[in-house]
Write a protein of this length. Structure first.
Length: 64
């Protein structure tokens, strides 16, 4: 009986530890980042002026 209990316990632990992870498709995230980068690049050029943009990413930009 101890072997059966150990086997069931091991099987239950393995099932609980192998949880599914949900992640959105890679293409949708990259498309969003590309659009955000394009918009922030335009905003950075309009705000900072050509040659004065220090950094641009999908969330923000900074001037020199």
């Amino acid at each position: 009986m101890n072997r059966l209990a150990s086997f069931v316990l091991s099987l239950t632990a393995a099932a609980l530890l192998s949880a599914c992870v949900f992640a959105p498709p890679a293409g949708s995230s990259n498309a969003f980042d590309a659009d955000a980068m394009a918009k922030n690049s335009e905003r950075a050029l309009a705000t900072c002026g050509a040659g004065n943009v220090k950094d641009v990413n999908a969330k923000s930009f900074s001037c020199k």
